[in-house]
Design a binder for this molecule. Structure first.
Ligand code: SF4
Length: 441
């Protein structure tokens, strides 16, 4: 089976059905989408088996939200993971990652693939190290050939993107050792097990050494290769340390090489980053990779929010979306504490959707019309209309219904002391205009 990838089609001047769908959804001319796909600034996670609507990620597009689910060795309930996948989709996630590390890993992947309409991604190193550990009681016995076979088998199942840790090499590890500190240790599971394998075997990372082979596999299925951030910072004090930056430089270099081979590429980063460094981080990724779509994990801008880390991360996500992140992985309230529940998944997707909306209306000031319509409906106390413009109308409706006001125009927050009502009574004729059409005459 040979397919032409989206980037190859775009470079041949072809607007694929997927590019057409992205153009329609995002209100762009199809030719503009084709140009950006050809440059590698937009990717469309794809796979011949993927039948859901196409999702574009990259320059000029709405910032997308990823939800991650998956079993662990402690909690392994496939039915519950399928429920989480459906909950994430219902809440408006754009992509899904299946990151199981417990139980029958082939089965859970296939069950989730059968249940979802979202492009599905994963981290193949999880299964590679888990299966090797089960077989030899030692994950460092991983055979690189088994890893490559596994990547192909997972792609055959229908995955549309994969986070693969190609950018860790011996040079990166040397930077980690030489800097002499790491307050948050290592935060990436796939990255850490790969580093441990390289340390135990004294060999180079096969995903780096045989990068062209990784790209050939991804190309065969037109899947997006997302360059994993294995040395990402797990604490704000590690942000932009030399080890993380060494991996980022290599990932950005690989993004360019992969694109040259006709593979759709994304770069991942950056983990925990204080708010004042987010803009710089995104600028570096964009400049060094030639504007490859940036898939941001977090960023989590403080280390003390456990229990509310979906909010911590949403604050970072609003900022990263504003400065150019293209896909944001959600964080749930259970982050750093436990495997998320279905309700945690819902909260995580909602918080991240809100964050990306905030980021997008700053990134694209011409996309604020919906906010204006909501403000006017609120001002005029058109409660039913207001719901049309809200991100979470059902939640808003149920809160209002639980605490009904005496006067239906207002709400129980201020009751008869309602500023909106009084303001409109006094100033309605003066403030009904629209500043866009306002003239001095
Ligand atoms: S009662 Fe207070 S919170 Fe409610 S609509 Fe009026 S001004 Fe707004």
């Amino acid at each position: 089976m040979t397919v032409k990838t989206q980037i190859e089609l775009a470079r041949d001047g072809v607007v694929s059905p997927q590019m057409q769908q992205v153009a329609e959804k995002e209100n762009y001319a199809p030719e503009r989408i084709r140009e950006l796909v050809a440059k590698g600034e937009i990717v469309i996670p794809n796979n011949p088996k993927f039948k859901g609507p196409a999702v574009g990620i990259g320059t000029g597009l709405r910032t997308k939200v990823n939800a991650s689910i998956g079993t662990s060795s402690d909690i392994c309930d496939i039915k519950s993971e399928v429920e989480k996948a459906l909950a994430a989709e219902e809440e408006g996630a754009d992509t899904l990652m299946e990151l199981s590390a417990g139980g029958d890993l082939d089965l859970v992947r296939r069950e989730v693939l059968a249940a979802t309409n979202l492009p599905l991604g994963n981290v193949p190193l999880y299964q590679a190290f888990k299966e090797t550990g089960r077989k030899y009681q030692d994950p460092s016995k991983l055979d690189p050939e088994f890893l490559f076979d596994l990547i192909e088998q997972q792609l055959q199942d229908g995955l549309s993107f994969m986070a693969i840790h190609c950018g860790i090499n011996q040079y990166t590890i040397e930077r980690l050792r030489a800097q002499g500190f790491r307050y948050g240790g290592l935060a990436s599971k796939g990255g850490t097990f790969m580093v441990a394998w390289m340390d135990a075997t004294k060999r180079e990372n096969p995903l780096y050494e045989q990068f062209d082979r990784v790209c050939a596999l991804m190309k065969k299925y037109d899947a997006v290769l997302s360059l994993g951030n294995g040395i990402r910072a797990g604490a704000i004090h590690d942000s932009h340390d030399r080890a993380q930056m060494a991996e980022m430089i290599i990932n950005c270099e690989l993004a360019e090489l992969g694109r040259d081979m006709g593979c759709q590429m994304m770069v991942e980063g950056p983990g925990h980053v204080p708010l004042d460094e987010i803009e710089g981080n995104i600028m570096l990724e964009k400049r060094m990779s030639g504007n490859a779509p940036y898939y941001v994990l977090g960023p989590i801008p403080c280390d003390t929010g456990a229990g509310y880390d979906h909010i911590t991360a949403a604050i970072g996500a609003a900022s990263s979306a504003r400065y150019g992140a293209d896909l944001i992985c959600y964080i749930t309230p259970a982050e750093h504490l436990a495997l998320p529940t279905v309700q945690d998944v819902r909260e995580g997707v909602r918080a991240t959707r809100l964050a990306t909306r905030i980021g997008d209306i700053s990134k694209y000031p011409d996309r604020r019309e919906n906010e204006k319509m909501a403000a006017m409906a609120r001002r005029e106390m058109r409660w039913d209309d207001l719901e049309k413009y809200l991100l979470f109308p059902e939640v808003a409706k149920s809160i209002r219904a639980e605490r009904c006001p005496e006067n239906e125009d207002t709400c129980t927050m201020c009751g008869d002391f309602c500023a909106m009502k009084k303001g409109m009574e006094v100033f309605e004729p003066d403030i009904k205009g629209d500043k866009i059409y306002c003239t001095k005459n």
